[in-house]
Design a protein around this ligand. Structure first.
Ligand SMILES: *[C@@H]1O[C@H](CO)[C@@H](O)[C@H](O)[C@H]1NC(C)=O
Ligand SMILES: *[C@@H]1O[C@H](CO)[C@@H](O)[C@H](O)[C@H]1NC(C)=O
Ligand SMILES: *[C@@H]1O[C@H](CO)[C@@H](O)[C@H](O)[C@H]1NC(C)=O
Ligand SMILES: *[C@@H]1O[C@H](CO)[C@@H](O)[C@H](O)[C@H]1NC(C)=O
Ligand SMILES: *[C@@H]1O[C@H](CO)[C@@H](O)[C@H](O)[C@H]1NC(C)=O
Ligand SMILES: *[C@@H]1O[C@H](CO)[C@@H](O)[C@H](O)[C@H]1NC(C)=O
Ligand SMILES: *[C@@H]1O[C@H](CO)[C@@H](O)[C@H](O)[C@H]1NC(C)=O
Ligand SMILES: *[C@@H]1O[C@H](CO)[C@@H](O)[C@H](O)[C@H]1NC(C)=O
Ligand SMILES: *[C@@H]1O[C@H](CO)[C@@H](O)[C@H](O)[C@H]1NC(C)=O
Ligand SMILES: *[C@@H]1O[C@H](CO)[C@@H](O)[C@H](O)[C@H]1NC(C)=O
Ligand SMILES: *[C@@H]1O[C@H](CO)[C@@H](O)[C@H](O)[C@H]1NC(C)=O
Ligand SMILES: CC(=O)N[C@H]1CO[C@H](CO)[C@@H](O)[C@@H]1O
Length: 632
């Protein structure tokens, strides 16, 4: 079933799309700049790209103005927003990050984002409306990247219009079986996907399960594009007017590198980012970026060895790359009950893949082949680059790209919708791993503020209400020395999923949601970010404002006033630990009350972080088997 509606193609120059106008990559002429450097499409990760710098400068013209009006609305008493922003050393950079966790993370994240978005009904009155309009960077990982990608590549549509029924995120039927009981509709769906895969394979490219997964995701995220965005590329955003006019934040999508047969270890994972201009990693194991638009081009040391290639960087494929954990869905289908295209697809991959490698996305040819800055040779010596789900290194919130000192981020608002506890609530695991990483060689001088262990997160209610980390830059001096960092890291505002009006802790592997469930989770997310619509703290906006301006206050050597001091004593983690009480995690829907609490002996070692293991594939597979049995 081909959708006849061509949404953006009339507005977007044809070049930005796949040159074949299909899922298959095709040859294009190389950009002029490849001849001006001996490393062609690739550069060292020692600065921002010129494109990003230029774009961000323009974005600041908008965010500066919006932040003044947001702070004014926040009723901050300690300073005058206009004077403060206009006299600042530089523009304030706010980054917002959304964790992984499947549709649960996407939907809770949507509600949280909607509380920051002035386009949401009520967000200005009883939320944080106007804040996303003041934000510079917007990062997503796995389920969080579905949110970021859906909005960004649909002309920066709003969560409000999705809730109002603009046709995006019809999640009523499993993504595997979107026609519900309508078998004929499903057959057409899988035929389409099969055609897309054939087109890419026939053009000479390696297929991985991520291609299948990315195509299925696109049917939910890009229903208005021809053939559900088969020709929609990531770099298309550069030509979208909403991006060109800097009306949206700069999107960043995160994935991890993984060599087949190996596991991703948090401390030495290579964290990749995709942004509208580039793809690559700041980590010393790679320390390079390539032009995202020409992925698929055969190169040596970044220099094309043949024609350049366009169309490889399909938006759904990249969104699938950040979320390869879910590739498993496809393989859990029971082949004996399948027919036609779907049978062919599953058979194809069952034959070709070993169990350990179901989760990879193949980036062949490797854009970093033969490049010279990488500290780990195996990445640049192989003609294939393998990427996996951004959460596989347990850092389920995409923080690392936002910690890079070149980006000058002042504050990260980190939304955690992970399923860490038995009851699928967050417990701070992601922050603990990001904290630990700075001490490994991959940390490379990027600092991260002190955080406690997970027991403390739960016992001190740091997942029950917003918690600020690194409030006081001067407390971090010895940490900076220890990790060799030259700049103070951003202040981290952490907000975890918690039930207010709805039990929003659905399983990561729940594949279908009624519109009512979807909208209820979105509403709950709004309430998480807004402190239950400002009812729990009518100064919440001002307190968040204090966190946003704190680094600039420190740069100016000014001390904060009475209101911010009060806010910080309310929201900053005070450095204390409580790892003796193990708290039951069945939260009631007033958000603040914990369920049964029982005090048990200390379960120990969490401070070191290092003792935690990767969430095992065995568990994932078991959960999947159950889910599939129910959904199909
Ligand atoms: C800000 O303070 C004024 C005066 O105290 C009050 O009328 C107004 O409702 C407050 N606005 C917000 C958004 O809290
Ligand atoms: C909070 O605000 C949102 C957005 O305006 C609204 O949908 C929701 O019903 C409000 N929640 C409560 C408990 O009033
Ligand atoms: C948000 O909406 C309010 C009310 O309509 C308006 O006064 C304010 O300027 C808007 N802020 C931004 C950043 O658009
Ligand atoms: C994109 O969004 C803007 C602002 O909402 C709107 O003016 C424009 O018409 C939209 N473009 C398309 C192609 O839908
Ligand atoms: C998608 O198409 C439908 C039907 O034409 C339209 O109602 C809807 O507004 C479109 N959605 C977006 C995000 O453009
Ligand atoms: C990462 O660490 C693990 C365990 O120490 C090791 O097996 C693996 O080879 C390391 N990978 C890289 C790329 O250094
Ligand atoms: C490249 O990766 C493949 C797949 O794991 C492996 O078999 C091969 O040995 C690697 N080649 C090199 C040169 O490392
Ligand atoms: C926190 O979550 C991790 C998984 O992310 C889990 O292994 C650990 O047991 C949890 N700890 C607590 C105290 O909930
Ligand atoms: C940071 O410093 C302040 C004042 O200098 C102190 O009160 C606070 O406890 C310190 N916080 C941490 C986490 O060490
Ligand atoms: C939480 O709920 C689950 C499922 O209803 C139950 O098995 C578990 O015992 C409860 N835990 C606590 C601490 O109440
Ligand atoms: C955490 O919240 C629970 C339930 O509201 C409360 O009983 C407890 O005293 C709080 N703990 C701290 C350290 O604030
Ligand atoms: C601050 C710091 O240690 N930066 C290093 C990051 O990694 C690259 C590549 O290995 C080095 O060149 C930098 O000096």
């Amino acid at each position: 079933m081909k959708l006849p509606i061509v949404l953006l193609s009339t507005l977007v120059p044809a070049l930005a799309w796949s040159p074949t106008d299909s899922y298959a990559p095709g040859n294009v002429s190389c950009p002029a700049y490849v001849h001006q450097s001996d490393t062609g499409l690739v550069r060292a990760a020692d600065s921002l790209s010129d494109d990003e710098s230029t774009w961000i400068d323009k974005r600041h013209e908008i965010t500066d103005k919006n932040l003044i009006s947001w702070l004014e609305h926040a009723n901050i008493t300690d300073f005058k927003p206009a004077d403060f922003i206009n006299n600042a050393n530089r523009s304030i950079n706010i980054a917002v990050a959304f964790s992984g966790g499947g549709y649960r993370a996407m939907l809770n994240g949507a509600g949280q984002l909607s509380a920051l978005d002035n386009r949401t009904e009520g967000a200005y009155e009883h939320g944080l409306g106007g804040l996303i309009e003041s934000t510079t960077y917007l990062a997503g990982l796995s389920g969080g990247n579905w949110l970021v990608g859906t909005l960004a590549w649909n002309n920066w549509t709003s969560v409000q219009s999705i809730v109002d029924g603009n046709g995006i995120w019809d999640l009523r039927h499993s993504i595997i079986s979107p026609g519900g009981f309508n078998v004929f509709k499903d057959l057409g769906y899988w035929d389409d996907i099969d055609d897309d895969l054939d087109a890419k394979e026939d053009a000479g490219y390696d297929l991985s399960l991520t291609d299948v997964w990315g195509r299925t995701l696109s049917h939910q995220f890009f229903p208005n594009y021809t053939d559900a965005g088969a020709a929609l590329t990531f770099s298309t955003l550069r030509d979208a007017s909403v991006f060109k006019s800097h009306q949206m934040p700069f999107p960043v999508v995160v994935a991890d590198g993984r060599t087949p047969g190996s596991y991703v270890i948090s401390g030495n994972s290579t964290i990749f980012e995709f942004n509208p201009f580039e793809m690559g990693s700041w980590d010393p194991s790679l320390y390079s970026f390539t032009d995202v638009k020409y992925l698929g081009t055969p190169t040596k040391n970044g220099v094309p060895t043949d024609d350049c290639v366009g169309g490889f960087e399909n938006t759904g494929f990249i969104m699938g790359t950040s979320s390869t954990l879910f590739n498993q869905f496809i393989l859990q289908l029971n082949t004996s009950s399948l027919s036609g295209a779907l049978y062919d697809i599953v058979e194809h991959f069952l034959k070709d893949l070993s169990d350990d490698d179901n989760d990879i996305a193949s980036y062949t040819p490797n854009p970093f082949y033969g490049t010279k800055w990488a500290g780990v040779e195996s990445i640049v010596k192989n003609e294939t680059l393998y990427l996996v789900d951004g959460g596989e290194d347990d850092q389920n919130i995409p923080l690392y790209p936002l910690l890079q000192s070149q980006r000058d981020v002042d504050v990260i608002i980190a939304f955690d919708n992970s399923a860490d506890t038995d009851q699928y609530w967050p417990n701070g695991t992601s922050l603990v791993y990001s904290y630990e990483r700075q001490f490994s060689t991959q940390g490379n001088g990027t600092a991260f503020p002190y955080v406690p262990d997970m027991e403390t997160f739960l016992a001190l209610n740091l997942t029950a209400k917003p918690a600020f980390f690194g409030c006081n830059g001067s407390n971090l001096t010895s940490l900076l020395d220890e990790v060799g960092a030259e700049t103070v890291p951003p202040l981290v505002v952490y907000m975890a999923n918690r039930p207010f009006s709805y039990q929003s802790n659905t399983s990561t592997f729940k594949l279908s949601y009624t519109d009512e469930e979807r909208n209820s989770i979105i509403q709950n997310g709004f309430e998480v970010a807004s402190r239950l619509n400002m009812t729990l703290d009518d100064e919440w906006r001002a307190c968040l404002g204090c966190a946003i301006v704190q680094r600039e206050f420190e740069r100016q050597g000014k001390s904060i006033g009475e209101q911010c001091t009060k806010c910080f004593s309310e929201y900053c983690w005070d450095g204390s630990y409580d790892d003796d009480s193990v708290i039951g995690v069945n939260y009631t829907t007033d958000g603040l009350t914990n369920g049964d609490q029982s005090t048990e002996g200390s379960s120990g070692t969490a401070k070191s972080g290092a003792s935690f293991v990767n969430p095992g594939w065995a568990l994932v597979t078991t959960v999947l088997a159950v889910v599939m049995a129910v959904t199909l």
